[in-house]
Design a protein around this ligand. Structure first.
Ligand code: SAH
Ligand code: SF4
Ligand code: F3S
Length: 486
């Protein structure tokens, strides 16, 4: 099935292009992409159009929602025209992400005026944050459903069919949707995401996620391994284990007979098949253990890439952010990665510029941390105050916007240098690439990633999607390596 992945300019685009204009995007990042679930034509009586914003968690939830509604008589459609139900799966991470959704709703409002029978629902993090206020603010919305309430959708839709508005934003301590097989609508048939946990207990002071996604809970390890096995049986070659903080994964059998931590889960998935690549995201610097790093070292099929968001290079700012580690701790974790996995392991980060009270020197510390680590890639943002968070309640958003933007520009410029250098280092080397898709620029080229998550493009010759190909790289840009299969 093709991958209808629409990227719109006005979205909450991260400051730097994601590594992938070509291959798959990063697992756990609000990437600025909008995804529309593609059409299924099985002759169901009603048509669902679902558009997703934000991080991979949301894209993955939309596949669960499609699966639930498929059983209720809905086919999905990839166009607004002809849809009976429109769902927007929304993101609240920064103000701009919410503005994007508001703009989209006003477009849909025009469409609804021409099609009065159309039902409009809002799912995901904005639904959870705004709750029934959404119904007052956006008159066209019929349905507001939070991330833990998707099982209730059939009943809520019935309520809307009966002429009422419907809201369910209850958060759960148990829901993991473990038993629902997502319809892999957005898949290339080669790589897939598996949610291993939901929610977050970390309470970073800038972050809205603990409020929109609720308490952290880990999914049954057996259901995760089974899902990965099923994917292998269907021909998939790569899985990414997904969670806000995968290193704090912890699952125990009800009778206490079994306990599984993240390193052990990673090993179980890696053992399914040496042909299956395993990735994971996101790692919180406070939780990533040597045990995880040693497990990565033991298995060739666990990709040598760690997304380890620092957020800032200054210990005072990190304390205000409530990240619960300081700079020396972060540097020690980077040393541990280098010690156990060598220079071969790629590291990426997220950085926030202009957090409350950040001084010029503290901003310089972020730049110096970047010099220390030499990140392979980074997602960079300026601070955006989110209502209800600890920072919004307790700290003043006092760095002027122009200063935030200038600091961010400096962070981006430095990262671009590092990314270019990193890619230059790849030239002249042979990289093992999993071919994922045709290149966006030409059907004569395949695009995939190496273990370090660098995008590699090469002439396809006789190779096809799903093949592992050894590519000799002869050229690089900031984001991509170009080469020839050998
Ligand atoms: N769980 C992941 C982060 C998920 S949100 C982790 O802890 O690393 C993705 C990124 O968005 C964060 O890492 C942070 O850099 C950024 N972000 C979150 N809230 C933000 C805010 N209020 N303003 C700017 N960037 C923010
Ligand atoms: Fe947000 Fe922090 Fe949780 Fe990441 S770890 S989702 S930044 S609260
Ligand atoms: Fe993801 Fe955005 Fe929610 S980043 S968890 S969809 S706030």
């Amino acid at each position: 099935m093709s991958q209808p992945l629409i990227t719109l300019d006005f979205l909450d685009t991260p400051a730097l292009p994601t590594p992938a204009t070509d291959a798959a995007t990063h697992a756990h990042e609000p990437s600025g992409e909008v995804r529309v679930n593609p059409a299924t034509r099985t002759g169901k009586s009603r048509k669902l159009y679902i558009e997703s914003y934000g991080c991979q968690m949301n894209f993955s939830d939309s596949e669960i929602v499609s699966s639930i509604l498929f059983n209720e008589g809905f086919d999905t459609t990839d166009s607004l025209e002809g849809a009976d139900l429109v769902l927007l799966n929304t993101c609240s991470i920064r103000e701009k992400a919410e503005q994007t959704v508001r703009m989209r709703l006003s477009q849909i409002n025009g469409h609804k005026k021409r099609n009065p029978g159309l039902l409009v629902g809002v799912l995901g993090c904005m639904a959870e944050r705004l709750k029934s206020k959404f119904l007052e603010e956006e008159k066209l919305v019929d349905l507001v459903v939070g991330p833990d309430a998707y099982r209730d959708l059939p009943q809520l839709i019935q309520q809307v069919d009966g002429g009422q508005k419907a809201v369910n934003v209850l958060l759960s301590r148990e829901e993991t949707y473990a038993d629902i097989t997502p319809v892999r609508l957005n898949s290339n048939g080669i790589t897939a995401f598996i949610s291993i946990m939901r929610g977050c207990d970390n309470m970073c002071s800038f972050c809205v996620v603990p409020f929109t996604r609720g308490r952290e809970r880990s999914r049954d390890a057996h259901s995760i391994v089974q899902e990965a096995r099923d994917l292998v049986a269907q021909g998939y070659k790569e899985v990414t284990l997904l969670g806000q903080n995968v290193d704090s994964y912890k699952w125990a059998a009800d009778d206490g007979s079994e306990q599984v931590n993240f390193a052990q889960l990673l090993e179980r998935v890696a053992l399914i098949s040496p042909e299956l690549r395993v990735r994971f995201s996101t790692s919180h610097p406070k939780d990533i253990t040597d045990e995880v790093l040693h497990t990565m070292a033991r298995y060739d099929n666990i990709c040598k890439y760690i997304h380890l968001p620092a957020q800032s290079g200054n210990s005072r700012v990190l304390a205000l952010m409530n990240r619960t580690y300081d700079r020396p701790w972060y540097e020690e974790r980077v040393q541990a990665i280098r010690r156990i996995l060598g220079e071969d392991c790629a590291i990426s980060t997220d950085m926030i510029s202009g957090f409350c009270s950040e001084t010029e020197e503290e901003h310089q510390d972020t730049l110096s941390l970047m010099e220390y680590v030499h990140y392979d890639m980074a997602y960079m943002f300026f601070y955006s105050e989110r209502p209800g968070t600890l920072a919004a309640r307790k700290l003043e958003d006092d760095v002027p916007l122009e200063v935030k933007k200038r600091r961010l520009a400096e962070v981006i410029a430095l990262q671009q240098q590092h990314s270019r250098l990193r890619n230059l280092r790849g030239v002249g080397q042979v990289h093992r690439v999993l071919a994922e898709n045709f290149s966006k620029r030409s059907d004569e080229h395949l695009s995939g990633r190496n273990s370090q998550n660098q995008v590699v493009i090469f002439p396809k010759k006789h190779y096809k999607k799903g093949d592992y190909v050894d590519v000799l790289v002869h050229e690089s840009t900031t984001n991509t390596l170009l080469g020839e299969a050998i």
